[in-house]
Design a protein around this ligand. Structure first.
Ligand SMILES: [Zn+2]
Length: 458
């Protein structure tokens, strides 16, 4: 036996994971899965407009309906077209749908196949995220330290010169052109600027680079194409008053209409948890309101229900997905243990919509047995209950995404505005928690610790 084979590695996204069963949800290796999912389907050419010649992507970006982006996961992604179809059938009047793929962690063929099976009229926004922040000359070293390996492995990085190419003379407009070309080739309908890490150690220099890259990107965008300024930053840019003011001033001065902003969160307190740092949340609130007041469409990728909350503050859209990495862009840590026995079964978790929180499946079952409880009757839950032992991870993920779409639609069409509607939903969740807690204790990871904080900020 060699030195590696008796060791199991788990990447976890929360501070107090109790056992490996908790961590096993996110132990996948990002590099191994996509080529398996490739099929021989012919890849079609994409159109930026629908059959009537209308610019449906432009209309989707500019209209006043929230944008829900489903971020493709590395596991169980084959159910996502059904999830998107379901959301389009039920909510096309209330929200705009989009799909996002992680470009350097997939093969071009996998990306095209995925986009190919999503109906373009229902899902007008397609983003191939270049994830340039993970380059080794950006945030890559830090990511590598957290994972103990490269963010993008050789099975997919070989396709992406823009990601691997060394740039000793720095980032150039020509390189930015290559970043945009790669997204075009995959069929993206909204192009992103590279989105390099904005280092708070040298704020003025980092912001100047962000702006320069946006200018160069805009110069490379063709007539009829759409661009979002892509920015990746540590959450200190939100929590720290001085940094936040500099950032907001820069965004307003830039005159770009769409921003795609991803903030690195600290290690979360619970698996599939929420951000519960009030200073960061307050930063999101101010950022969202500033964008709304200045007619900037703000998209917050990988934020889960925190992104939904930000819709109430003025954000335009957010992304989430099946896996914890799609729901939160947060620090992670690596656990290594000796593989002495059989691998523990993963903890089964489900999204409780009335609680706005992920809980363990037995807890959800207990909540569903309380008097006046309404068990979820969505088609994914019904399919899961038909399936025997009562749990299926792709269906559980589909249920979560369906309920997030419902929550988004619910605040989109509210008569008194998104803020009031979100406050009502969060207040109801607080009441539901207090009532349920008397019969079904919601402790540890099952405790929706974010609710009081959210309520205070609405
Ligand atoms: Zn359901």
């Amino acid at each position: 036996m060699d030195g590696f084979s008796d060791e199991l590695e788990f990447l976890v996204d929360s501070t107090n994971v109790d056992n490996v069963g908790d961590a096993s949800e996110i132990d996948y290796d990002l590099d191994e899965l996509d080529d398996i999912e490739d099929d021989d389907r012919d890849v079609v050419e994409y159109e930026f407009s629908n059959s009537n010649g209308q610019d449906i992507t432009g209309a989707a970006l500019s209209r006043d309906k929230p944008l829900l982006l489903v971020h493709r996961s590395h596991q169980h992604a084959s159910i996502l077209p059904q999830v998107l179809n379901d959301a389009a059938d039920r909510h096309s009047d209330e929200l705009t749908l989009g799909a996002v793929v992680s470009m350097p962690r997939m093969s071009p063929k996998s990306i095209k196949s995925f986009f190919n099976i999503i109906p373009s009229d229902d899902v007008p926004i397609r983003i191939a995220d270049p994830e340039c922040f993970a380059r080794m000359d950006s945030f890559g070293e830090e990511l590598k330290k957290q994972r103990d390996k490269e963010f993008v492995g050789p099975s997919t990085s070989k396709y992406w010169t823009y990601f691997t190419e060394e740039l000793p003379a720095g980032f150039t407009q020509e390189w930015i052109g290559a970043v945009l070309d790669a997204q075009r080739d995959c069929g993206a309908t909204v192009l992103l600027s590279p989105g390099l890490w904005v280092d708070p150690a040298s704020p003025a220099k980092s912001l100047a680079a962000m702006r320069q890259h946006a200018v160069w990107s805009r110069e490379r965008v063709l007539s009829g194409e759409h661009l979002a300024v892509n920015v990746t930053l540590p959450s200190s840019w939100l929590a720290n008053d001085v940094l936040r003011e500099q950032l907001l001033n820069e965004i307003v001065d830039m005159s770009d209409p769409v921003f795609y902003m991803r903030f690195r969160w600290p290690l979360l307190a619970q698996p599939y948890g929420h951000l519960i740092d009030s200073s960061i949340l307050e930063g999101y609130m101010e950022l969202s309101a500033t964008c709304r007041d200045n007619d900037i469409k703000l998209i917050l990728p990988n934020t889960g229900l925190t992104g939904w909350l930000a819709l109430a503050w003025g954000a335009h859209g957010f992304s989430t997905g099946m896996g914890s990495g799609e729901r939160a862009f947060a620090d992670i840590r690596l656990i290594k243990i000796k593989a002495t026995g059989p691998r523990p079964a993963p903890t089964q978790r489900m999204f409780s919509s009335p609680l706005l929180h992920i809980v363990e499946k037995p807890i959800l079952d207990s909540l569903d047995r309380l008097p006046n409880a309404q068990r979820c009757s969505c088609k994914f839950c019904i399919a899961m209950r038909r399936g025997g032992d009562g749990f299926d991870k792709p269906l559980a993920g589909a249920h979560y995404l369906r309920r997030v779409a419902d929550l988004t639609a619910q605040i989109s069409s509210a008569e008194r505005g998104r803020g009031v509607a979100a406050r009502e939903i969060v207040t109801n969740a607080c009441v539901y928690k207090d009532e349920s807690n008397k019969r079904v204790p919601l402790a540890n990871h099952n405790n929706p610790r974010h609710l009081p904080l959210w309520r205070a900020l609405l």
